[in-house]
Design a protein around this ligand. Structure first.
Ligand SMILES: O=P(O)(O)OC[C@H]1O[C@H](O[C@H]2O[C@H](CO)[C@@H](O)[C@H](O)[C@H]2O)[C@H](O)[C@@H](O)[C@@H]1O
Length: 245
């Protein structure tokens, strides 16, 4: 499933400087799990990210839909990385809490729907509320809950559908804006972005042909390359680290 041409594209990418190596977390660095707190990195991730971050002229960024604190805690990763949480709403560190009132109001709307669906789970994040249905055995009810949630919320809020989840955000932050901001701030010659979900398409879209975009797993994408899953991601990042010397 690894796309033809990726190896050559990686070699060309590695020859440029400065570089941004940006990656999503769930489904890319960590295999998906029923319990989000159990989604730990694929073996080899910590080592390869450290190798990349140590290379001259290379910045590594983790850009996740998770809240920043959750991302750090669950991943257990440490290093001189740029940490971006809440789809970009947490760009320079944790949110101060200005949006907490609106978010709690939203949680109040969604909670009764979730509590009425066995297996569903509500996740209250810094700038959003997520309705998770991965563990809803009745798939018709799972789809019904996500639709009910869509209908129940204020239409001015931002809907972010994902893998067995619908997230409703009180900010309009998205990963595309976060990547763009890093590219400009760091003034990089090229960026690599790895992502597996619908919200990663925003990041793929802002990166033109000078950059390297890699979709992880199946599904429609505007990314130019594809690898099958987190194990292949470790292989790809290792191959990049080898080329960076
Ligand atoms: O942007 P990401 O780093 O990919 O984060 C996206 C969401 O990831 C988590 O949910 C997803 O992964 C869970 C663990 O594998 C899985 O149980 C769930 O079904 C997936 O949707 C996280 O819980 C969300 O907050 C993130 O937005």
């Amino acid at each position: 499933m690894t796309s033809p041409g990726l190896d050559e594209a990686l070699t060309a990418f590695a020859a440029r400087r400065p570089l941004l190596v940006a990656t999503d977390y769930d489904g890319v660095l960590a295999p998906l799990r029923d319990d989000p707190s159990a989604a730990v990195p694929q073996p080899g991730v910590a080592e390869v990210l450290s190798r990349l971050a140590a290379a001259d002229g290379v910045t590594v960024a983790l850009i996740s839909g998770r809240g920043l604190d959750d991302l750090r805690r669950t991943s257990g990763l440490q290093g001189a990385f740029r940490w971006v949480g809440s789809h970009g709403a947490e760009f320079d560190g944790p949110l101060a809490g200005a949006d907490a009132g609106r978010r709690d109001e939203l949680a109040g709307v969604l909670r009764p729907l979730v509590e009425g669906t066995p297996g569903a789970r509500l996740e209250v994040k810094p700038a959003s509320v997520a309705v998770h249905v991965r563990q809803v055995a009745d798939r018709v009810r799972a789809a019904g809950l996500l639709e009910q949630a869509r209908q129940a919320v204020d239409p001015s809020l931002t809907l972010k559908p994902g893998k067995d989840v619908l997230e409703v955000a009180v900010t309009d932050a998205h990963k595309g804006a976060a990547v763009q901001r890093l590219v400009e701030e760091l003034d990089v010659a090229a960026a690599l972005y790895l992502g597996d979900d619908v919200t990663d398409e925003d990041a793929f879209r802002v990166l033109g042909p000078d950059h390297l975009t890699v979709k992880v797993g199946e599904g429609e994408t505007v990314a130019r390359h594809r690898v099958p899953g987190p194990e292949a991601v470790v292989g790809l990042l290792g191959a990049l680290a080898d080329r960076l010397g």
